[in-house]
Design a protein around this ligand. Structure first.
Ligand SMILES: [Cu+2]
Length: 368
């Protein structure tokens, strides 16, 4: 179909005309089929109209009244039966796709993901792996020889949201106190964009979605990393030395009363590079603010669930559900005041000192 391939090659990100997953393919085929039928109806009706306008137009010196016709069984039958047939065809085509998408068998190899909508971000839980991630969904490719579709259960923590990644499947609403389901089986690795498709509040427009379709090897690597807690990652503390300095902050002294629970204290000697000291102090500041009531960092005291899990913040490309690129500068600005990126989002500006913000940034930059 030259038309649809032409549109597909326009390759707009998130185009419904470039499907990359079985449900999206089936829905795409159905919509093209419906478009063709409606196009034929349009051509038929407007053709008859134009024909009637031309054929029976008023002619000069013709004042005679046209023949008056009352009732015609033939016409009545045709304009009843033809639309019924068209509707039956549309109904059957739609029902076939509905059932094949909804009743698809879940293979034992399927990946389970629980998607929870929040104002204005996404939480993704992988119960099979005990992983919690946010905003950027990673799934493996699936092929006919090695099927590994992703089966999602979707719900909401607050108001109604809708999960929509046009190239992978249609919209599915996330409703409080209800669990909806959808599945995808993308075959080509890549990044597919989407967004919340149900108005959910002031930052609805910045509740963006990214689905990273990884090769099975990349996906396993990603999952392995997500499974590690920061306590495990922090063990060889020297690694921190390689972290770029996010700002021009000066070295802060180690607080004399560093609690013993921070096993990193001993590892960070006073000769350690500024970054490591800052990162360590940043962790202390972070853990003494309300941050930890809203955010979790695996393996530390931070176990809040109101905001996105930050355990592997640096494994994400964006901040705030796609509101900004995840760069050290943006991160610092976000912590100082998230409203600069997302006015009205549900994280408050914490009004810490510039130095504290820089220290927290240095800490968050270690959360790979
Ligand atoms: Cu939303």
């Amino acid at each position: 179909m030259a038309f649809s391939t032409a549109v597909a090659h326009a390759s707009l990100p998130g185009s419904i005309f470039a499907p990359h997953s079985t449900p999206a393919h089936e829905e795409h085929q159905l919509s093209i089929f419906v478009l063709w039928i409606t196009l034929l109806i349009y051509l038929g009706v407007s053709g008859l109209l134009v024909y009637a306008l031309v054929r029976f137009r008023a002619r000069p010196n013709d004042d005679a009244e046209p023949p008056q016709v009352f009732g015609s069984l033939q016409i009545e039958l045709s304009w009843t039966i033809i639309p019924i047939l068209i509707i039956v065809v549309l109904f059957l085509g739609t029902a076939r796709v509905l059932f094949s998408v909804q009743d698809a068998k879940k293979p034992p190899t399927a990946l389970d993901v629980l998607v929870i909508g929040h104002q204005f971000w996404w939480e993704f839980r992988y119960p099979q792996y005990n992983v919690v991630a946010a905003n950027e969904l990673h799934v493996p490719t699936s092929s006919n020889s090695a099927p590994r579709p992703t089966f999602m259960k979707l719900t909401s923590a607050d108001v109604m949201h809708s999960f929509w990644v046009p190239q992978l499947n249609g919209k599915t609403d996330l409703l409080p106190n209800r669990v909806n389901e959808m599945w995808i089986d993308p075959q080509t690795p890549g990044m597919y964009v989407g967004q919340c498709a149900q108005f959910c509040g002031p930052q609805h427009a910045k509740m963006l979605l990214r689905v990273y379709v990884d090769t099975p090897e990349d996906f396993d690597k990603w999952i392995k990393n997500q499974q590690r807690t920061q306590a495990e990652l922090a063990a060889p503390h020297i690694a921190m030395a390689s972290i770029p300095n996010p700002g021009n902050q000066t070295r802060g002294p180690l607080p004399p009363n560093s609690p013993a629970t921070h096993g990193t204290v001993a590892a960070v000697s006073t000769e350690a590079p500024d970054n490591a000291v800052n990162a360590h102090n940043g962790q202390l500041v972070f853990e003494r603010q309300a941050c930890i009531n809203c955010h979790a960092v695996g393996g530390t005291v931070a176990n809040g669930r109101y905001g996105p899990d930050l355990t592997h913040l640096m494994s994400r490309d964006t901040l705030g559900a796609g509101a900004a690129a995840n760069t050290p500068g943006n991160l610092l600005a976000w912590i100082a005041d998230p409203n600069t990126f997302k006015p009205g989002c549900l994280m408050p500006a914490m009004h810490l000192s510039e130095r504290q913000n820089a220290q927290i940034t240095a800490y968050l930059l270690t959360l790979k």
